[in-house]
Design a protein around this ligand. Sequence first.
Ligand code: GDP
Length: 501
Amino acid sequence: MDKQKETIEKRPPVVVIMGHIDHGKSTLLDYIRKSNIVEGETGGITQRISAYEVLHKNEHGAEEKITFIDTPGHEAFSKMRERGAQIADIAILIVSAEDGVKPQTIEAWKTIVESKIPVIVAINKIDRPVANIEKTKTELAENEIYLENYGGTIPFAEISAKEGTGIDTLLSLILILAEVENFTANPQTDATGFVLEANLDPKRGIEATLIIKNGYVKSGMTVAVEDTICSTRIMENFLGKMIKEATFSSPIRIIGFNNMPHVGGEFKAFAKKSDAEEYAKNWKEGTINATQSKQGEQSDKKIIPIMLKADVAGSLEAIEKEIQKIQHENAEFKIVAKGVGPITLSDIKNLSTDGDILIIGFNVNIDRSATEEAERRGVDISSFNIIYKMTEWLEEQMERLRPKIETVEVTGRVKIIRAFSRTKERQILGGKVTEGVINLNSIVKIMRRDFEIGRGKLVNLEQGKLKTSTVTEGLEFGMMIESKIEIVTGDVLESFSVMQK
Ligand code: GDP
């Protein structure tokens, strides 16, 4: 019998806004953020994270939290779904009363239905003179989106994201729906949740925004996302303020991942770093399971094993010292076996590892049977009789075997000046190269408010109606880009190269 009764608390809803381009997703997100943010703190934030929390009074007059995913377009959301992540609890389908139901409205609707999350429809732009609310409702019904009192049960609000009309009602509807759905979580367990975005900050390192769906995280814990880990030493809330702890359904940003975590990947927080490492290791080996047992300090570094045989004890010691000196920030040698005398068959047979192990003989003979066995196992035996030759060789091996560190360098930046047209995955845009150069067929990061929101491929470049393969700094040009993301005026495209160091 399970004696430990789980503590269960109400969990604030996580909301995503979806809909056709230009129907007002960003405007709505901006309005809600500006008018309802917790503590009214908005100043001084240089790098906002792509989710925020607001407070709103429920029907009983008590303030409750709502978390909004602040990534217009449903790219992030779709990515999560692909990975099976249930990040959002409620979707808002926004439809402009001016334009009515459009292709992406239907696309968004399908996504929502497939992910089986409850939905609220926001009929937007009701302040516009040409807005036609009734016509919009009819179009929704024609597409089997049945609103309350219009043949269905979907709650809806008539709003103006620009002027703020109806936003209170919309927020109240969210809280009512959350109450009905009864979202809960356990405040006393180690946090789990999902990665909303991840990027490499050239100054700060790899950072990620996480949404906590259960439990708590506090500084000193280590977070694992699949096979990557990060300490919670630098943990920020959505305002970019350093925090020491957080719980559901807060967005947090942590900095210092050892590798780029997957967007949409599940994260788990561990009290012990070694448990997080164990989890990441198991994930890598494809043997992930819930057992988090192993204790003790483990190094972040790759271990390169060495077997060492030398002619006399004195040289063995001297060589060991030399080996210890050769270190790298992400790898180190470890002598797993050593001895005095020739390299024999049993030395090779006793090796527990193949592959990367280095077998070194210093001033010793190698038995023929040992050479044969080594060949069979695919390991090399190297012999030396001069120490510095051996250390030179070991330095080369370190370079060859250590994990490579990838650095991403921006090679060109483009500011989008105009968005002309868009079909499903292709857009025609006008832009200006503000930095570096841009080349045809390169993959670019799509940056919005300093955050990467997706990637695209430049499939055509034109200058003065002529096709070109390169555009340099200061020039304006037209482009066709392939991307699932809706790129809008003001976005920045970054081309980059990845270098291994
Ligand atoms: P998104 O592509 O869905 O994020 O749409 P935006 O939020 O960028 O809005 C597209 C355009 O519609 C912008 O020019 C907004 O100012 C405008 N807009 C959005 N909501 C409203 C609204 O409620 N009333 C009016 N009049 N304009 C709006």
